[in-house]
Design a binder for this molecule. Structure first.
Ligand code: CP
Length: 311
């Protein structure tokens, strides 16, 4: 079964196939309407979400897929102590694919071992968030293309799952990556290992100033307060990596500023009015990209079952 669990499983061809399809979806959404009518997607969010939950819901409905939502953890039988394995085994009887967000790293890998329907990891703790990466790459591609890129990734690189997936996926392309963070929030060992294995061009920095003029893309992230074991440690680094319109005076004219959102105070509102700001466009790209992803996974699942796929 095809699942999307981690960016390490995405080749350049896989990424380009989904992004090509996302372009087609954006150009002619009507051609994709009702393409998967009669199927069901389960939204299982064990952690809060606005963008991922709502854009998967909207993307599914635009493909003719019905959705069922597990609801909040407190209103589901998870609150009675039901295991993740039992929960997803039950839900696969109700749905043809599952989108799962969970606070534990590895939760989506575990879920995928217990079910035969496609599982999409919508964020597993401080692990991975690969569908976010696809929409991030789509946004970069539409603004700059994906070759000969210089990308700065700034903020919480330790706990930021969107960073882990994006950094890994960028190794498929000719990209120089600059990681800007406090010492205590550098990339985790597992991601460093993946980057090292691929021979990726990476450098680490304490501050943005020196590298900003070289960048095509600046990807800013929130400090993930909820993942800090010690809140005092969060307060020591919070607010250190904030940009505003003045900061961007030193940036190239065509710098694209991205953020997976939600932001707290990492990007001042005065950046929103500059030509650099792409983070709302990025969030809106969740629709064509997640439509393309669902279409691809369901098409593959139908093909695996020997069903005729007639498009
Ligand atoms: N980018 C992202 O994952 O946002 P949500 O937490 O709102 O889904």
């Amino acid at each position: 079964q095809d699942h999307l669990i981690t960016a390490t499983q995405l080749s350049r061809d896989d990424i380009e196939a989904v992004l090509d399809r996302a372009r087609e979806v954006a150009a002619d959404p009507e051609a994709y309407a009702d393409r998967h009518a009669g199927t069901m997607l389960a939204l299982c969010f064990f952690e809060p979400s606005t963008r991922t939950r709502m854009s998967f819901d909207s993307a599914a409905k635009r493909l003719g897929i019905d959705t069922i939502d597990m609801g909040d953890v407190d209103s589901s039988s998870v609150s009675k102590g039901e295991s993740l394995a039992d929960t997803v085994r039950v839900i696969e009887g109700y749905a043809d694919s599952i989108v799962l967000r969970h606070p534990s790293e590895g939760a989506a890998t575990l879920a995928a071992e217990f079910v035969d329907v496609p599982v999409i990891n919508a964020g597993d703790g401080a692990g991975q968030h690969p569908s976010q990466t696809l929409l991030d790459l789509h946004t970069i591609r539409e603004n700059h293309g994906l070759d000969d890129l210089t990308v700065g990734i700034m903020g919480d690189l330790k706990y930021g799952r969107t960073v882990h997936s994006l950094a890994t996926a960028l190794t498929n392309f000719d990209a120089r990556q600059h990681f800007i963070s406090p010492e205590s929030l550098r990339l985790p060992r597992s991601v460093r290992f993946d980057l090292h294995e691929t021979g990726a061009q990476v450098r680490e920095h304490d501050d943005l100033e020196a590298v900003l003029p070289e960048l095509d893309v600046l990807y800013v992230t929130r400090i993930q307060k909820e993942r800090f074991p010690d809140e005092n440690e969060y307060h020591r680094v919070a607010g250190e990596y904030r940009i505003d319109a003045d900061t961007l005076e030193a940036a190239p004219d065509d710098l694209t500023v991205m953020h997976p959102l939600p932001r707290v105070d990492e990007i001042a509102p005065d950046v929103d009015d500059t030509d650099h700001a792409r983070y709302f466009e990025q969030a809106h790209n969740g629709i064509p990209v997640r439509m393309a992803l669902l279409d691809t996974l369901l098409e593959n699942a139908e093909a695996d079952e020997g069903m005729e796929v007639d498009r």
